[in-house]
Design a binder for this molecule. Structure first.
Ligand SMILES: NC(=O)c1ccc[n+]([C@@H]2O[C@H](COP(=O)([O-])OP(=O)(O)OC[C@H]3O[C@@H](n4cnc5c(N)ncnc54)[C@H](OP(=O)(O)O)[C@@H]3O)[C@@H](O)[C@H]2O)c1
Length: 306
């Protein structure tokens, strides 16, 4: 099976490509820059360019595409809605059209931000009610992937974490680095979710792609908690002092985009399909801490002895 991963230089894209090679799978990647990710060649492309997408898809002829590329800065989407529309909606239309033309299946990544955060954790049957531009664009993209005659899969996920080199800090690596430097932090205490170990999500996406599974699934980790509790658990796991962690409400954080507060995604359906359960936060942190790159890059942490 030939698998093409978009957003090759992002957190999830890199996690997918670094798992390659996998038996029976031939990987390619694409992103705004070219180069190599892991051992996989990546093609430079702007996915908002419809002709370029069609030309690359015709050349590579993937059997399935995992579309991870997006503008993921939620506040930027709110202040630059045209950019959000171009990348998070129109580029999805371009990818769908190219997949339809060559007969490829497609997996689209979506988000818990399609919900309003009044009554999480949410199942696939719960009614979406996005609060933000990012959430509205992602919800609209789901309809395109599930309704356009393409063999489509949509996986909603949330709170991705893991250590991969050359990607932005995430909700675990950022506080970890800040706590290790002894910096003060202010974390919101009223947002709930279930953090997702990025390698679990990558594994699930490859498995579902191999199985040719379509439809809508939720994927998140096994631990439900608030953002400030997450930081405290990260600190405790790595024996760091969290006494300088202060809390604040989302309302006082002054962010451009509204956030769903009581969020989270139920994973019963995807667990039944996969035959395995996503990691708890403790399991995810243990697996992350065992990775050689992590041990090298965070060698100053108290319990890391390289
Ligand atoms: N991270 C989370 O917690 C989270 C939660 C829910 C859902 N998701 C969804 O999961 C997916 C993966 O998230 P992630 O955290 O891995 O994202 P990420 O690290 O921000 O990576 C996104 C990638 O998309 C690329 N991209 C943006 N605009 C593009 C364009 N016009 N053409 C080609 N590539 C473009 C970016 O390229 P550059 O490297 O050049 O900027 C970047 O590498 C996204 O669809 C996101 O919405 C993520």
């Amino acid at each position: 099976m030939r698998l093409l991963v978009t957003g090759a230089h992002g957190l999830l894209g890199r996690a997918l490509l670094q798992a390659a090679p996998t038996e029976g799978m031939e990987y390619a990647g694409c992103g705004r820059q070219g180069g190599i990710v892991g051992q996989v060649p990546c093609h430079a492309i702007d996915l908002t360019d419809k002709d370029a997408v069609m030309a690359l898809w015709r050349r590579l002829r993937p059997d399935r595409v995992i579309h991870t590329a997006a503008v993921t800065n939620v506040d930027q989407c709110e202040t630059e809605p045209e950019l959000a529309r171009r990348v998070n909606l129109e580029a999805v239309e371009n990818v769908v059209a190219a997949c339809v033309e060559i007969g490829a299946g497609m997996a689209q990544l979506s988000t818990d931000y399609v919900f309003d955060g009044q009554a999480g954790p949410y199942s696939e049957q719960d009614a979406p009610q996005p609060l933000s531009v990012y959430g509205r664009m992602k919800l609209a993209s789901e309809a395109i992937v599930l309704g356009a005659g393409v063999d489509g899969l949509v996986v909603r996920t949330l709170w991705l974490y893991g250590h991969l080199r050359c990607v932005r800090p995430n909700l675990v690596t950022w506080p970890l680095a800040a706590l290790a430097r002894g910096e003060d932090m202010r974390i919101v205490s009223d947002q709930w979710g279930n953090p997702t170990y990025v390698h679990d999500l990558a594994r699930a996406l490859v498995q579902l792609s191999r199985q040719g599974v379509g439809g809508l699934f939720h994927m998140g980790g096994a631990t439900f908690l608030t953002r400030d509790e997450l930081v405290r658990q990260v600190a405790a796991h790595f024996h760091l002092d969290a006494s300088a962690v202060a809390t604040m409400t989302t309302a006082s954080a002054g962010q451009a985009a509204p956030r769903p507060l009581r969020s989270g995604l139920r994973t019963d359906n995807i667990e039944a399909q996969l035959g395995w359960a996503p990691a708890s936060l403790q399991e995810g942190l243990e697996r992350m801490a065992a990775e050689p790159d992590f041990r090298e890059d965070f060698s100053g942490l108290p319990d890391i002895n390289v």
